[in-house]
Design a protein around this ligand. Structure first.
Ligand SMILES: *[C@@H]1O[C@H](CO)[C@@H](O)[C@H](O)[C@H]1NC(C)=O
Ligand SMILES: *[C@@H]1O[C@H](CO)[C@@H](O)[C@H](O)[C@H]1NC(C)=O
Ligand SMILES: [Zn+2]
Length: 989
């Protein structure tokens, strides 16, 4: 039972106690004083040390998320989250002064479900009193380098929704807490600001950056995280923790630590209170020197700690008591149980101004030869699978909205979007999509995504049946990228349903594995469309092995309506012409109306790219190389390349082949030059007839390691563009940041790794430009890349390594699978466009969205029933080009969550970087909107109730004005880079 020091206060207490029967004992003062009100008092004339008891619980890393929850496989790592929560709750009840923060809702949710109503009531009371406080509160603590903003917003929404629904406003986290991610993205800070957080704490930053900030007392700052949103919308106060997220040296009292407990019996030989207090005061005073105020924070916990919380709390109680007793003898150090938000509140009360930061915290190095830039690319197959899973999930969500209950239960059984939502949320964790987990854990994330997609497939089938009026069986072909689809390989007549999750029509090339030589393809109105049969490439046959038997691919362009589907029918034509034949020499050039691409006749490599509309032309060569991964046996340092760290042995990569063996295929629909560089590297350079984009489809692997050398494979584009050391990468798929070789905007960089130290995360695009030309590369997954020489841009595609990099994962990154025991083969695409810098965004913004949210194809064998509805659009009209429909998902029985986004930065486009207005009332074709309320970005607060701390930047400019925005709820105006979130009450027409 709680040990209560306050006197009990009579009648009211008894009454409340009788009515509500609090298990903690009645005390009206303690009811609902969560948040800032529940903070312990501090002493303004002293140095206040905020002790923050916490545990860092990875949502999968060395063990799977479920193994961590139950404490299974303790032979791999001793960790059991269920015991942590059991034990912490117990210990919090023993002393009302104690505090604990909890972070990962994926775990808390698992635990909560298994508690009795009594225990749930007890925990609610702890939350209401601010003794147990949630911070961050997303489903997981997402990775910042390799995640896409769409999936990050979804996972935060899911975690915060659970907390709000379970605990109400006392469950709403006030601070964001990313203590472990390996570098920090500006877009994450922007999102956190828009989610209503008052501040943000993290643990890892470049060692040179940290040293400079300690010197200048700039470990706490104001991050202006958007160049387009009007301050303070994306301003986020940011604090760098003193010791990562660990306790100070010598003060770890977890069962997993060996530091001496406080032995406070003066009669015993080894009484050590004086020693402990002295050491603590020294550490506190040293820490105060590198921070600005008379408040400092200490993180008392670490990975999976507090499984036996008694050890920690018993010693912390004593530490607080003995350190504070010294105040009677003139000590000016005051220690208290605290939380990050209580610490933040004290800083806010100082009215200080804070230095502004406008760039980001990439790349992260923890010493001169250890740049954490390898994980930008690690596990490229998982990274692609996560990205395509997001696309599938958004389609699943939209179709659930359009068909309502009919989608969850229908002719194909019971389906749901929840399973995939959870799998995607878990996959955002900083050891999931980042690729820094053990192999068996990576397999578990992939299995979860696959299982989630199974559930969604039922939902999608049901929904399409309801919308089309036909419950003919629908087949999903998830392996079209390697030309596998049993139905199209064998069928003489089938139809293809193309669902487009974007809010504007798209044209999209479709390639279907077939065995016939000629087909007729007709669209929904019965008109035949141009199509072509081309032979399956040797590279594709190598990758698919025995999983498919098609000798040809049928190629045609589909045009799909906004947020809807159309249907194409395909019939085998018995006496068609034979497929386009291969020529065993590259043509000098391929071209369509928009682009011209030339090849070097000697080498078979690309040699130039021209935009025929704008009359721009650049020299462009492209080839594949590999860096020899350091094995740790180097003069300068023993750091090998591994899952986290990229450390090439030499800055000069090996060229895989100076020439490419080529063959080409030229048809009216598509032109291809197929290049073979080595048995394990090939590429198709592809130009569709009506496309402004050049496609490079690369296939890399299995990486040979018989020579005992780890390999990190890149492709490099060398151009005539005068880059003057600058290049550009996106942040989590949204705003673009400028990068400069061997340079950091906020400190004088001493460059010690000329390649790895110049790598940055690329989530969806990168570009190089000069005054006239911009070459943009859109990627299909997150990858690392850099621009080391003038005019050049390199992207790392695949890595296979033989050593562990000593950051905990304990395995070399050496992936294989049952199908490829000799090492994984990875296939992906880079999409290139050449434009004038002032209009490039008009091309790459929509293009990148098309890759992120790509059409979903489903197939039906034979003829469709006569009355089948062949076309559907959920919108009355397409949205303006500047507007992206980010989220449309069922929220509860009669409401849906909608996010609309302005997808251009304010400086990016003369055409599109303007405010734009959308009418909600006229948005949907089949839904009536009965009511609208606006929410914050994470949908856990009503927009008009969201208030945040007002932080002052240390600049000459006048303090930022609150962005008071009055609007009609039906007419939504979006300014550049703005995302607005609405809960709509809807009924189906
Ligand atoms: C900070 O500003 C507020 C409002 O102007 C004022 O009431 C308060 O005393 C100030 N605090 C400090 C520590 O100066
Ligand atoms: C938060 O949850 C409560 C129920 O606990 C609900 O009434 C309220 O609408 C929720 N707030 C938001 C913004 O969804
Ligand atoms: Zn972690």
């Amino acid at each position: 039972m709680a040990n209560r020091s306050e006197p009990l206060a009579g009648f009211l207490v008894l009454l409340l106690g009788a009515v509500l029967s609090f298990p903690l004992g009645p005390d009206p003062e303690r009811i609902r004083t969560c948040g800032y009100e529940s903070c312990h008092a501090t002493k303004s004339n002293m140095l206040n040390v905020h002790l923050v008891p916490h545990t860092h619980d990875d949502v999968g890393w060395l063990k799977t998320v479920d193994q961590y929850f139950y404490g299974d496989r303790n032979d791999i790592q001793h960790a059991g989250v269920q015991y942590i929560l059991d034990s912490v709750v117990d210990q919090l009840l023993k002393n009302p002064d104690r505090r604990f923060i909890y972070v990962e809702t994926a775990f808390f949710y698992r635990w909560w479900k298994r508690q009795t109503p009594d225990m749930q009531q007890t925990v609610k009371q702890l939350v209401n009193e601010g003794r147990l406080e949630f911070v961050n509160g997303g489903w997981c603590m997402s990775d910042e380098a390799t995640t896409h903003y769409s999936a990050v917003i979804d996972q935060m929404t899911m975690g915060l929704r659970f907390l709000n629904e379970t605990f109400g406003s006392c469950g709403r986290p006030r601070v964001a807490w990313h203590i472990d991610p390996f570098g920090h993205a500006r877009e994450h800070a922007s999102m956190f600001a828009q989610m209503g957080y008052d501040g943000f704490f993290f643990g890892r930053l470049d060692y040179q950056d940290r040293a400079r900030r300690m010197r200048d007392k700039e470990q706490e700052l104001l991050w202006r995280a958007s160049d387009s949103l009007i301050p303070p919308v994306a301003d986020l106060w940011t604090g760098i923790l003193p010791n990562g997220y660990n306790p100070p040296e010598g003060f770890c009292w977890d069962q997993s630590c060996n530091d001496p407990p406080i032995r406070d019996d003066p009669d015993l030989e080894d009484y050590n209170v004086n020693d402990v207090v002295k050491r603590f005061l020294t550490i506190a005073n040293n820490q105060a020197v590198v921070y600005k105020t008379n408040h400092i924070i200490m993180t008392m916990g670490s990975d999976f700690q507090y499984e036996n919380a008694n050890l920690w709390y018993k010693n912390l109680d004593k530490l607080i008591r003995y350190v504070n007793e010294r105040q009677a003898n003139g000590s000016n150090v005051n220690v208290l149980y605290s939380t990050p938000s209580c610490y933040l509140q004290e800083l806010h009360r100082t009215n200080l101004t804070w230095n502004l930061k406008t760039d980001d915290f990439f790349p992260y190095a923890d010493n001169a030869h250890s740049f954490w830039t390898g994980y930008f690319t690690s596990r490229p197959a998982l990274k692609r699978y996560e990205r395509i899973s997001n696309s599938n999930l958004q389609t699943c969500n939209q179709l659930e909205v359009f068909s309502g209950p009919d989608s969850r239960k229908g002719p194909f059984g019971e389906g749901d979007s929840q399973t995939l939502k959870k799998a995607m949320a878990v996959a955002q964790h900083h050891d999931a999509v980042s690729g820094t987990e053990k192999q068996h854990v990576a397999n578990d994330y992939a299995r979860r995504l696959a299982n989630g997609w199974q559930h969604c497939q039922v939902l999608v089938s049901n929904s399409l049946a309801a919308l089309s009026g036909s419950s003919a069986q629908r087949i999903f072909c998830d392996n079209l990228n390697i030309s596998v689809c049993p139905l199209t390989e064998s069928s003489k007549k089938f139809s293809v349903n193309v669902y487009n999750p974007l809010a504007r029509p798209v044209t999209w090339p479709v390639r279907l594995p077939v065995n016939g030589t000629a087909y007729v393809v007709s669209d929904a109105s019965g008109r035949s469309v141009e199509c072509q049969v081309v032979p399956v490439s040797a590279a594709t046959q190598d990758v698919r092995r025995s999983r498919g038997f098609a000798v040809n691919e049928l190629v045609f362009q589909v045009k799909a309506p906004p947020l809807g589907f159309t249907t194409y029918s395909v019939s085998l034509l018995q006496d068609g012409p034979p497929p386009a034949s291969k020529q065993h020499r590259a043509p000098a050039a391929i071209q369509n109306k928009f682009l011209r691409v030339t090849f070097d006749p000697e080498t078979g490599l690309l040699s130039s790219l021209s935009n025929l509309e704008t009359k721009q032309s650049i020299k462009l060569t492209q080839n594949f190389y590999w860096y020899n991964a350091s094995d740790g046996n180097n003069s300068g340092s023993s750091q090998p390349s591994g899952a986290y760290i990229f450390r090439p042995n030499s800055s000069i990569p090996f060229i895989i082949s100076k020439i490419a063996k080529t063959e080409s295929i030229q048809t009216p629909t598509v032109q291809e030059v197929r290049q073979q560089f080595a048995p394990w590297v090939s590429q198709v350079v592809r130009l569709y007839s009506d496309s402004r984009v050049l496609e490079l489809e690369w296939t890399v692997g299995p990486l040979p390691i018989e020579d005992d050398l780890g390999k990190e494979v890149i492709t490099r584009l060398d151009t005539s563009i005068q880059t003057a050391q600058y290049f550009y990468t996106d942040s989590n798929g949204r705003e673009v940041l400028q990068r400069k070789t061997d340079f950091r905007p906020t400190w004088n960089l001493k460059q010690s790794e000329p390649i790895a130290g110049n790598y940055y995360p690329i989530n969806s695009r990168a570009f190089i430009k000069d005054d006239v030309n911009q070459l943009t590369v859109v990627t299909d997954r997150s990858q690392g890349g850099g621009s080391v020489a003038n005019g050049s841009l390199e992207i790392m595609l695949h890595r296979r390594l033989l050593y562990d990099d000593a950051r905990g994962v304990g395995e070399p990154l050496n992936e294989n699978s049952g199908i490829f025991p000799e090492g994984l083969v990875i296939r992906g695409r880079l999409l290139l466009s050449l434009s004038h810098p002032s209009s490039a965004a008009d091309v790459h913004r929509p293009l990148a969205q098309e890759v992120v949210l790509q059409p979903l194809l489903t197939f039906t064998d034979g003829d469709l029933p006569p009355k089948t509805q062949l076309e559907f659009s959920g919108l009355q009209a397409q949205l303006p080009p500047a507007v992206h429909l980010l989220t449309l998902t069922q929220w509860d029985e009669d409401s849906v969550l909608l996010r609309l986004e302005h997808q251009f930065q304010s400086w990016e486009s003369r055409l599109n970087s303007k405010p734009v207005t959308v009418s909600l009332q006229k948005l949907f074709s089949t839904l009536d909107i009965l009511g609208v309320s606006e929410l914050n970005l994470s949908a856990n607060q009503w927009k008009d109730e969201m208030t945040r701390f007002n932080w002052m930047p240390r600049t000459d400019e006048s303090p930022p004005l609150k962005d008071f925005q009055r609007f009609s709820v039906w007419e939504v105006t979006l300014k550049p880079m703005e995302i607005r979130t609405f809960l709509l009450r809807v009924s189906h027409r």
